[in-house]
Ligand binder design. Structure first.
Ligand SMILES: [Zn+2]
Length: 392
């Protein structure tokens, strides 16, 4: 007995090359069997095992893809920055300093407000097909506020990242090295038990290469795995540090030298591209084509945050990646699912191979290419997470 059979799937993207065509493991006229929250079988409809299922869903020739894995977001915050966005769209450039506006609002908010806001955003992401979402702290910037941010994030996701090194806390503006010391000692002591990852914004105006290394090493000593905000606003050492430390991901990766690209290609560090950030800051997009042609593993993520990318919508990011970054529709779908899983070093999500967590999205479309071919259209018709109907 299985819990659910989804059949008459016109296009089934499994991301398991052993199950179908190409890197997407594409099955035409497919079916998917789900039991105990996991994929039990996937393949051509005609070969469906004759097992009884509690429930059957007729996909009526439409498309099923793995749930999106959004490996980069900042969801614990209060307030918004509409005015800053409007100003920027009137011609002023974005600088990292805008984060401080959100820090003030976040510190002043109750834990209940922060949790309610995050719950709303996670639900919003789920409605557009995101079944795994990573979340960073980084709008508290004191020991107590960073710990609280992680406690809130943990209520809503397992993929929690400590990012006390988002910017230097305003109180330490004149003595940034003292802030780095705080992050590496009392803040990490309080925060490490509540997080899996540690991330640093390695950028002019945030943390330099030496500070980034120091902070990531202190995190590693407490069992946190590294990821890096690297080379977003200009060239810098972020990508090289990420590769050196075998970080799971170097995120943004917009301003890259040939050496950076080569280093990524020779590593197991994923380049996580966040095109909604370039969209929302009217900045130049990263060159995904260059990375893919060099053999770099690329992930796409939404970077939801109130300053530079206030969207949770992965289909929007897929469309941007195809239109603006030289990715094919197939590559963009892979990067938004399997790529995200790689960026989180997860093997149980991002695909619909046997044994995977049953995170699946039914699209009101004959093929996954419609995610970029029909931008802005709400194609997500149903979402299952761990085999449970999450959106219907
Ligand atoms: Zn970010």
């Amino acid at each position: 007995m299985t819990d659910l059979l989804i059949d008459d799937i016109g296009t089934l993207v499994t991301n398991d090359p052993s199950l179908g065509e190409g890197p997407l493991g594409l099955v035409r006229d497919g079916a998917l069997l789900i039991g105990d929250g996991a994929v039990r079988w996937a393949g051509p409809q005609t070969a469906t095992p004759q097992a009884a299922a509690d429930e059957r869903v007729d996909a009526a020739g439409r498309t099923v893809v793995p749930g999106f894995v959004d490996s980069h977001s900042h969801l614990v915050f209060a307030g918004d920055r509409t005015a800053e966005f409007a100003a920027r769209m009137s011609g002023r450039p974005y600088t990292a300093g805008g984060i401080r506006t959100t820090v003030e609002a976040t510190r002043a908010a109750s834990s209940e407000t922060l949790s309610r806001n995050m719950r709303r955003l996670v639900a919003e992401a789920l409605r557009s097909g995101t079944t795994t979402i990573e979340c960073k702290s980084g709008y508290g910037l004191t020991v107590a506020h960073e710990r609280r941010s992680l406690e809130v994030a943990r209520e809503h996701t397992d993929e929690v990242t400590f990012m006390g090194a988002h910017v230097v806390a305003p109180e330490y503006a004149e003595r940034p090295d003292d802030y780095v010391d705080l992050v590496c000692t009392a803040m990490l002591d309080a925060c490490a038990p509540h997080a899996k990852w540690i991330d640093v914004f390695c950028e002019r105006g945030a943390f330099d290469g030496d500070q980034t290394r120091t902070i990531l090493a202190a995190g590693a000593r407490r069992g946190l795995l590294p990821r890096v905000h690297a080379n977003q606003l200009g060239p810098g050492p972020g990508v090289q540090i990420a590769v050196e430390l075998d970080a799971a991901s170097a995120d943004h990766a917009t301003h890259l030298s040939d050496d950076d690209v080569e280093a990524l290609a020779a590593s197991s560090t994923v380049a996580t591209l966040l095109p909604a950030a370039e969209f929302s800051t009217r900045a130049a997009y990263p060159d995904a084509r260059r990375l893919l042609d060099a053999g770099v593993t690329v992930a796409l993520a939404a970077d939801c945050n109130p300053g530079s990318s206030y969207t949770t919508n992965m289909p929007f990011c897929i469309a941007l990646a195809v239109r603006e970054m030289g990715m094919t529709p197939d590559e963009a779908v892979w990067s938004a699912t399997m790529g995200g899983a790689r960026a989180l070093r997860r093997t149980d999500v991002g695909h619909l191979g046997v044994g995977a967590r049953a995170d699946a999205v039914l699209l009101d479309a004959p093929s996954h290419a419609h995610l970029s071919y029909r931008p802005g259209v709400p194609l997500v018709s149903a979402v299952w997470r761990g085999g449970e109907a999450a959106v219907a």
